[in-house]
Design a protein around this ligand. Sequence first.
Ligand SMILES: [Zn+2]
Length: 434
Amino acid sequence: MSHIIETSIELLKRFPLCNSCLGRQFSRLYPLLSNSELGRIIKILILLEVIHEFKVSKKRGSFLSDMRMLIKNGGLQEALLLYKHYVKKSSIRPEKCILCKGFFGELDKEASRIVEALKEYDFNSFLVGCHVNPRIEQLEDEIKSKYGLRWGENIRFEVDRELASRLSQILNLPLDRKRPDIVAVIDLESREIEITVNSLFIKGRYRKLERGIAQTRTTWRGEPIDSIESMIASIVLNFTGGSDTRFHGAGREDIDARMLGPGRPFVLEILSPRRRNIDLKKLEREINRRYARRIEVLNLQFASKKDVQRIKLMGERAKKTYRALIELEKEISDEEIQMLQEKLSDVKILQRTPLRVLHRRGDKLRQKHLYSSSFRRIGDTLLEAVFVCDAGLYVKELVSGDNERTIPSVSSILGQNAICKELDVINIEYIRGV
Ligand SMILES: [Zn+2]
């Protein structure tokens, strides 16, 4: 019946153990009490046993030795009070817990330090954890196996739980194990606090009103050139205090094509933001004011990591409408325009990877659907065309034929070289409910 008391006495004879580290060895027997409460109850019971033993046996020597154990290795104040009654000049002091090194005695202080460290960041959910030197876990495992302790829990679980409940209360925020905005990890021994700020995601649509702007950050002959990402990021990073951005677009247009109509959806990931509760309307206005007539962002909203995947799928499943300016070698008749329209509507286009992108993409044969085409003469050898096609169809090659790597093409149907001089995306329609 006295297994717990006897084992605890054996433990305390050998090792200094704080209330939590002793109680934790029996944690799963009654999880409704904290380990610290369990440990204290056990120590008080041992104290009562020791006093009872002394009253019955009158053996002062073993009584004082047991009391010293409770003070030194158990840190029990009640034992110290009584001991001083018997030994006036006592210099006996509690020793530091062999497992947590005194950490559990300073939980409130450490929780406050973590809150202080988190202060410079905006966050709406958090996670707290700890780093425990493997030596400590190994020592605890050895103790468990040597003394046949079967009801304990891992020290990390206790630290995490105790810190989480304190932080939750101080911050008045829930703990989020899945997608916390911020994670604080404290080292049990060094007490160093490491903070990881998870990315902030903002989604919206962009319109590119000027040619020559890349979508993501890129360089041309070693020099950075303007991109949708760099332009948006320059302002977003100011708003959020983030360290960097990653841009995820629902597909992309060529650098020399404009992106008009309702715009192209994108998700911007902001790394390590200090501020995340920002005014998106204000951000939108600021971007559109700074880059007026060059780019425009619309409908900015807070997003999540899931939206990144969603936006990629959207890009793959879209139906796009392009406006192309086509230059011909020689003039064509109205009948030929009519023929182009007929032959380039509701037709499968077979397309090998264009020569101009072969250096960065594998050579692949694609089959894309061209839903409709319409052509309008705007000069002797100039046509304006509107194509509605699957995402991923290379429109410049649909015009030129790309050395017969794209079949059919405007060139192949007319029997002369046609070149796409200008290209705009004027609409993107997303299908299958994404
Ligand atoms: Zn301890």
